[in-house]
Design a binder for this molecule. Sequence first.
Ligand code: PEP
Ligand code: MN
Length: 358
Amino acid sequence: MEMEKLNNSIDRSWIDTWNQPFIISGPCSAESEQQILKTANRLNSSYVQVFRAGIWKPRTKPNNFEGIGKEGLKWLRKVKKNTGLMVATEIANAEHVKLAISFDIDILWIGARSTASPFTIQEIANALEGENHRIILVKNPIHPDIELWIGALERLLGKGIRKLGVIHRGFYTYKNSKYRNQPNWNLLLNLRTLIPRIPILCDPSHICGNKEGIFDIAKKAYHFQYDGLMIESHCDPNHAWSDAQQQMTPENLLEMLKTLTNIEKCDQKSELDSFRILIDELDENIIALLAERMNISKKLGVLKKTSDIAILQPSRWKDIMKKSLNLGKSLGISEELLEGIFQLLHQESIKIQNQIRN
Ligand code: PEP
Ligand code: MN
């Protein structure tokens, strides 16, 4: 689909009616009726518009709690009746869609693992046909493939689903990230350039994987003028059946949202700060790669010691430098910079290997 046509097809009236950040909160998983009602009652409806709870949980490994299933939909219906909050849950196949609709769940979101699968998205889109009033939120795919993400929106629009939004929940990295899922603000800015009308929410809970980092990520989301947040909360986080480390109590959430609102008022939204956030993110990635490089240097040091190979291999070093400078040149990086960086890396690698040898 042409990008301009796609952009014009998005109906963002559902989020524009709120003249404050749109907040979705509630537990990772529905566990019991009591847990659901308790959590919902403690969320303040002047700050939170939607109550979330996972009914079917995509777990990385089998034999974990995989969601309470259909029973939980009744509890969500009760929350809606008792509190007036809208309710939301994750759907991952046609059967989930059918059941969620039969319980009149207001907002359905598609999880990161599902967005990565075109077959799953098409199945969901087909099942949603005719549900034009329902709000569908699409989390980013687990890997940073912007086309795949846009493809999911296209499949939904193709079935007449126009009340759409996306959720930035971060991207999987193999190692060394301080996040459970690395945020990629730049990718989101690119998405917004391509589809300016798309409502964008941020899910700091699944980005951080812990409670401590949530405030900082939410602050960045506000800085980039996201439309809202999805944050996990639980009446008793320490005993949650899934994602216990990252769930906040409703009271702590509320306190944080109030602070954010005050900061939001003072934030100049300067372009300078935006660039600084993007640079910080790249620096974090560079440091993670450096740590990985040093780890391999250590293993190399052990191998050279046991095989009695000389630490300094001039031809290998010349080769690395040449390849790196060529690659750098093709990417517009000055030779001086790369040469300096690689000299330092090489020195450090030799130092590490010497320490292992002695
Ligand atoms: C969730 O929101 O509980 C969830 C499973 O999220 P994600 O798809 O982002 O992992
Ligand atoms: Mn979760």
